[in-house]
Write a protein that binds this ligand. Structure first.
Ligand SMILES: Nc1nc2c(ncn2[C@@H]2O[C@H](COP(=O)(O)OP(=O)(O)OP(=O)(O)O)[C@@H](O)[C@H]2O)c(=O)[nH]1
Length: 244
């Protein structure tokens, strides 16, 4: 074995030149200011990283959290609920017959409608709640520490606000749309998975669509329904020992 092969002395990496121009161009293109401070300093680099992290967490059309940020928040919230036992609600909202908006008024008008619905959602919840755009015309909201009695109130408030809203889409045209909303509370004290929680909320959304749209359906909480998979997670999980 030559000294060069020795794992204690791996070959030195070639010197790296930081390619920051692309990162700065990305910020400028997204309408974000350059980081403040001395370019190249540690503080400046940290601000640049913070801005890029923020950018990669946001949906470009609406400025809401994107699917990636939503998924991260969902995992954190599932964990928090299982430890604290606080009720947390997930709502999923989908614009009704949105394809018709695009088909009749064009894609740009559709984008305006998506932006307007996003603004209503963001405006209808508490600062601690996370509103995300998770698909084309589909949104999800995580409401931590949300009492069961408050769930229907907030979901219904969203539905009504969207119904009353008028979106101006140029050339003097104004559109009205509606949303269907489904929701489910995270099973308290039970280790669930993001996929199972989302699936429950989605089931309610599909039911709201099937029942005629422009309505809210929340999974009933009285029977504190726990699925077979969640029971398995509860009793199979080694981390269950953490709670004992
Ligand atoms: N303008 C615009 N349209 C989008 C965007 N993303 C997805 N869409 C469109 O959204 C439409 C979604 O249509 P569907 O999934 O058929 O649902 P829908 O017409 O809303 O009907 P229901 O959900 O059953 O009430 C499709 O036509 C997509 O092309 C976007 O970012 N902007």
């Amino acid at each position: 074995m030559t000294p060069l092969d020795c794992p204690r002395h791996p070959p030195a990496d070639p010197p790296v030149t930081l390619r920051l121009n692309e990162a700065l161009q990305l910020l400028a293109h997204s309408g974000l200011p350059e980081p403040t401070g001395e370019p190249g300093s540690v503080q400046w680099m940290q601000r640049l990283i913070d801005a890029l992290v923020d950018l990669s967490s946001r949906d470009a059309l609406t400025g809401l959290a994107n699917r990636r940020a939503f998924q991260l928040a969902l995992e954190r919230e599932i964990d928090r609920v299982a430890r604290s036992g606080e009720p947390a609600l997930m709502l999923v909202a989908d614009i009704d017959h949105f394809k018709l908006v695009n088909d009749r008024h064009g894609h740009a008008a559709g984008d305006e409608v998506i932006r307007a619905v996003a603004a209503v959602l963001a405006d209808s919840v508490r600062p601690m709640d996370l509103v995300a755009r998770v698909g084309g015309e589909e949104f999800a909201i995580i409401l931590p520490n949300c009492p069961h009695t408050f769930g229907l109130t907030v979901a219904e408030r969203i539905r009504q606000k969207v119904e009353r809203m008028s979106v101006s889409v140029g050339n003097g045209r104004a559109l009205s749309v509606s949303v269907s909303v489904g929701g489910a509370f995270a099973p308290q004290w039970v280790r669930s998975t993001p996929a199972l929680w989302l699936e429950r909320a989605d089931l309610q959304l599909y039911a709201a669509k099937a029942a005629g749209r422009n309505r809210v359906l929340l999974e009933p909480t009285a029977d504190s329904h726990v699925s077979h998979d969640e029971k398995r997670l509860l009793f199979d999980s080694t981390s269950f020992q953490d709670f004992l």
